[in-house]
Design a protein around this ligand. Structure first.
Ligand code: NAD
Ligand code: TDX
Length: 339
């Protein structure tokens, strides 16, 4: 029987970003006894507005950097757990300039691990399936917890480094850790640089969606709310030192996703452009989440991708003021890259 861990004060790093803020809303809405402290540097990807509406007695917001050891000394002792989402998260940015990825994803995780060790605080590390590299389109296998690490991009290599440190801090120092590696998320509050929001907001702005290369690359889509529930399940019921893969059997190639977005938005299905491919572009990700499902009883609730996508299109349509300020600069950056 798994022991249940019941944290009362959690630090969520990167809680003003896409997945982190969805997790904070999930915790506040579903776990009334838990106080959340968000630690976020508010980089281009962070937005305080993502946490709007959360009562002050449930949330403390700290504008700061995970690399700041003195700040960690002030806030970590009060916490029972750190849930670590903060990262530089976009592959294309990591190709244009890898340095911030090393700083935040590698050094930042190191600083947090050291603070967690110093104050004996439980640590959940949020990672990605990209650490396993890619699969051939016709490979019958999916990634499992036993798949060897084989990252392709500067982004995924820094996430792989951070995973390795978490494992080492558990084994060598006995730090109470868990790791989750999740597939591609979609849903509200995702930055317009990412594939799905970029195409939805392009259509809303009268710009044609942009498909990299031939568009046959496959991603295994999961709604971010399912990811949040899985992280909470692993934090509270997962075995220490273990890794759990999170995925919802949502494999789709990029052409199919673009065509689905166009159809939902009432446009002809071929109304998009092929643009320059991403260097080193991973072909396919696919997750086998049997361990999480059988050991901890988690199941995805968003099993119909098209209806989740429709809701996401509605969210971006109704929240223009949220994404409009970042759209122009994001597209200008892509234009320079030929994408
Ligand atoms: P995001 O880019 O939307 O958000 C990242 C957040 O971290 C932002 O709020 C940013 O301000 C903050 N941040 C960045 N550097 C920081 C620093 N040095 N100190 C403090 N805060 C900092 O990212 P996301 O897509 O929400 O991803 C969150 C986490 O989930 C990442 O660790 C990512 O690797 C992982 N992940 C993402 C996906 C996905 O599909 N997006 C899938 C699996 C795992
Ligand atoms: O305009 C685009 N056109 C396009 O065809 C963009 C932005 C992307 N793509 C393709 C590249 C990928 O095959 O769409 C796919 C998804 O691209 P991204 O949204 O950039 O995601 P990906 O590179 O798969 O990584 C995401 O999932 C794993 C997150 O950004 C990572 O943080 C996470 O770890």
């Amino acid at each position: 029987m798994t022991e249940i861990f019941s944290p009362k004060n959690i630090i969520v790093t990167g809680g003003a970003g896409f997945i982190g803020s969805n997790f904070v809303h999930y915790v506040v809405n579903n776990h009334p006894g838990v106080h959340v402290t968000v630690l976020d540097a508010l980089t281009y990807a962070g937005n305080r507005e993502n946490l709007a509406g959360i009562p002050d007695d449930r949330l403390t917001f700290i504008h700061g950097n995970i690399c700041d050891a003195e700040l960690l000394d002030r806030i970590v002792p009060q916490a029972d757990a750190i849930v670590h989402y903060a990262a530089e998260s976009h592959n294309d940015n990591s190709i244009a300039d890898p340095e911030p990825f090393v700083k935040t994803n590698v050094e930042g995780t190191f600083r947090l691990l050291e603070a967690a060790r110093k104050y004996d605080v439980r640590f959940h590390h949020v990672s990605t399936d990209e650490v396993y590299g890619d699969l051939a389109l016709d490979d019958p296998h999916k990634f499992t917890e036993e798949t060897p690490y084989h990252p392709s991009s500067p982004y995924s290599s820094t996430k792989a480094s951070s995973d390795m440190m978490v494992r080492a801090w558990h084994r060598t120092f006995g730090l109470r850790t868990t790791i989750s590696n999740c597939s591609n998320n979609y849903g509200p509050y995702q930055h317009v640089e990412k594939f799905i929001p970029r195409q939805i907001t392009n259509v809303l702005e009268g710009i044609r969606p942009k498909l990299y290369g031939a568009g046959l690359n496959v991603r295994d889509w999961i709604h971010t709310e399912d990811h949040s529930r899985a992280v909470w399940t692993i934090l509270t019921q997962g075995r220490l030192g273990e890794t759990y893969l999170i995925g919802a059997n949502g494999e789709k190639n990029n052409i199919d996703v673009i065509e689905m977005i166009l159809s939902i938005m009432g446009k002809p299905s071929d109304d998009y452009d092929h643009v320059k491919d991403r260097p080193g572009h991973d072909r396919r990700y696919a997750i086998d989440s049997t361990k999480l499902q059988t050991e901890l009883g988690w199941k995805p609730l968003y099993t119909d991708f098209e209806s989740g996508l429709k809701k996401t299109v509605e969210w971006y349509t109704e929240h223009r003021a949220w994404w409009e300020p970042t759209k122009q600069a994001t597209e200008a950056k892509y234009k320079k890259q030929g994408q």
